[in-house]
Design a protein around this ligand. Structure first.
Ligand code: FEO
Length: 427
C-alpha cells in the first residue's frame, strides 16, 4: 500500500493483509449520523472479506444505500458460491443494510452472531428475506476457514447489546465493529495515510462509547492480551500503524480523570445552580453547608452563570450525587440548567443520587421538571425537591441545610431512604 491509494476511483476490494480485504463504502457527504452525531467530512461503512483454503468469510456489510459499492468490491475478489461464513459484529442498519441481499446471493453461507443479536436479527430479516441458518457465538468460540480461523470476542454494549469483535489469528487482525471506529471519510483508507482524524476518533468515543465505559474496560481485558498487527473497525481508517496506541487511548479515555483526587472513600456531591435575585443561590449555599457537615462527603458548588456546561460533564460523570437549583421563569427551569441536563446523555448516571431546589415567584414548576429529567436519566431521587417562594426565611434556610444533610447522609448510608417509587427503577 502507498500514499497514492484512492479507493474512490475504483470499486475493487483492497487487500491489507494476506487474503484479507476491505470491501466497504465511502459516504463523504454525510453530515449527520443517527440524527445526533456531526460528521464533518462524512463516514465510511467498512466491511471485510477473509479468504481461507476452505471458503470465504464476509465480516459485516454496509448501509443499504451503499450496497452496490459493497457488492462490486466483493465480486472483484470472490464468487458468491465461495462464501461460507458471514460474521455480523453488530446489527445496526449501517452494517446490516446489505445483509438480506447478500444472503439471497449466498444462501449457503452460515451467519455468526452474538447471543444478544438473535432478536435483532429476527426483526431485521422479515419473512420475505427467507430462512437462514445462524449460529450464536461467544468468547472462546471460533470458526475455521480451513487454513485459518476466526475467533470471537464477546464485547457487549459497545455500543449495543449485540456487539462483538472478531479476531483473525494468523494475521493478528482485529475486526472490531464500532469499537476503535470514527466517522471520518478519507479515500486513503489507512491511519498512516489519511488526514488528522484525532478529533473524530475522540468525538466518536465521547458520543458512542463513553456511556459504556465499564463495558469498554471489560472489552479491553479481552483485547489487550491479543497480538495486534491491525485493527479494522466498521467506521473510519483501518488502524495498521501502531494499532495498540488506539487500544491504550481507549483505556485512558475510559479511566476516571478524577481518580485519586477525591480522597479515600469520600463521596462526591456536586451542586449546580442559577439564581436570578440571589435566592436560589442562598438555598444552594445552605444546602452545601448542610451536606458538608456530613463526614465522608466532599461537596462542590458551582454557579452555572460562571461556567460553560461542557467541562462539567466530566465532573458529573465522576460525582456520586448531583443537585440542581433553578428559579422558575415563565413556568420553566432556566436555560443553562437545561443545557447541562440535556448534555448528559453521553454519560451513565444510573443510580446516582439526585435532588432539585429553587426559589420561585408564583408557580415554581422548575424543581419538578428537573426531577423528572433526572429520573429520565435513571438517577435516584431520595427526597422531594425544595421549593421556596421568593426570599427564603430563616426556617426555610434551615430546611435547606436539612435537605443537603439528608442527601449527604443517604450517600454515605446513614440516612434511611424514604419508601419512594423511583420510576427509574421501573425502566
Ligand atoms: Fe456503526 Fe452502531 O453502528
Amino acid at each position: 500500500m502507498n500514499a497514492a491509494i484512492d479507493v474512490s476511483r475504483h470499486r475493487d476490494a483492497v487487500e491489507f493483509a494476506d487474503g484479507v480485504y476491505w470491501i466497504g463504502a465511502l459516504d463523504p457527504t454525510l453530515r449527520t449520523f443517527d440524527i445526533i452525531l456531526s460528521t464533518a467530512n462524512g463516514t465510511t461503512y467498512n466491511a471485510y472479506l477473509v479468504k481461507g483454503s476452505e471458503g470465504v468469510a464476509v465480516i459485516d456489510t454496509v448501509k443499504e444505500n451503499f450496497s452496490d459499492e459493497f457488492f462490486a468490491r466483493l465480486e472483484s475478489e470472490v464468487d458468491y458460491a465461495d462464501i461460507k461464513v458471514i460474521v455480523l459484529n453488530h446489527l445496526e442498519p449501517d452494517h446490516t443494510g446489505a445483509l438480506p441481499e447478500l444472503m439471497r446471493r449466498a444462501p449457503q453461507a452460515k451467519l455468526y452472531i452474538s447471543q444478544r443479536a438473535t432478536s435483532m436479527l429476527k426483526a431485521l430479516l422479515r419473512p420475505s428475506a427467507g430462512v437462514f441458518e445462524y449460529t450464536t457465538v461467544k468468547t472462546g468460540n471460533s470458526v475455521s476457514l480451513g487454513d485459518r480461523r476466526l475467533r470471537f470476542l464477546h464485547t457487549p454494549f459497545l455500543h449495543w447489546p449485540d456487539t462483538q469483535c472478531t479476531y483473525l489469528e494468523d494475521e493478528a487482525v482485529l475486526f472490531s465493529g464500532d469499537v476503535f471506529g470514527c466517522h471520518y471519510c478519507d479515500k486513503r483508507l489507512f491511519n498512516d495515510l489519511v488526514g488528522d482524524f484525532r478529533f473524530s476518533f475522540d468525538y466518536y468515543y465521547a458520543h458512542i462509547m463513553r456511556p459504556f465505559k465499564k463495558h469498554v474496560m471489560d472489552a479491553l481485558k479481552l483485547i489487550e492480551p491479543l497480538k495486534l498487527k491491525q485493527i479494522a473497525p466498521t467506521h473510519g481508517p483501518i488502524l495498521r500503524e501502531r494499532p495498540r496506541r488506539y487500544v491504550t487511548h481507549y483505556r485512558e479515555l475510559s479511566t476516571s480523570s478524577l481518580s485519586g483526587e477525591i480522597g479515600g472513600d469520600d463521596q462526591s456531591m456536586v451542586i449546580f445552580y442559577m439564581s436570578s435575585y440571589g435566592n436560589t443561590a442562598r438555598m444552594a449555599e445552605e444546602i452545601s453547608a448542610g451536606a458538608g457537615d456530613v463526614e465522608g462527603v466532599r461537596v462542590s458548588l458551582y454557579d452555572l452563570e460562571g461556567g460553560e456546561t461542557e467541562p462539567f460533564v466530566d465532573l458529573i460523570e465522576e460525582a456520586d450525587a448531583l443537585l440542581f437549583g433553578s428559579p422558575t421563569i415563565n413556568g420553566d427551569a432556566v436555560k443553562p440548567v437545561w443545557d447541562l441536563l440535556s448534555s448528559l446523555a453521553v454519560v451513565n448516571l444510573k443510580g446516582k443520587l439526585g435532588g432539585a431546589f429553587g426559589s420561585y415567584g408564583w408557580s415554581g414548576e422548575a424543581v419538578k421538571m428537573i426531577e423528572d429529567r433526572m429520573r429520565g436519566l435513571k438517577m435516584h431521587i431520595p427526597r422531594e425537591g425544595l421549593r421556596v417562594k421568593l426570599i427564603p426565611t430563616d426556617e426555610e434556610l434551615d430546611d435547606c441545610r436539612g435537605f443537603g444533610r439528608f442527601i449527604a447522609e443517604t450517600l454515605v448510608g446513614k440516612s434511611p431512604q424514604k419508601a419512594v417509587i423511583d420510576f427509574a427503577d421501573l425502566a
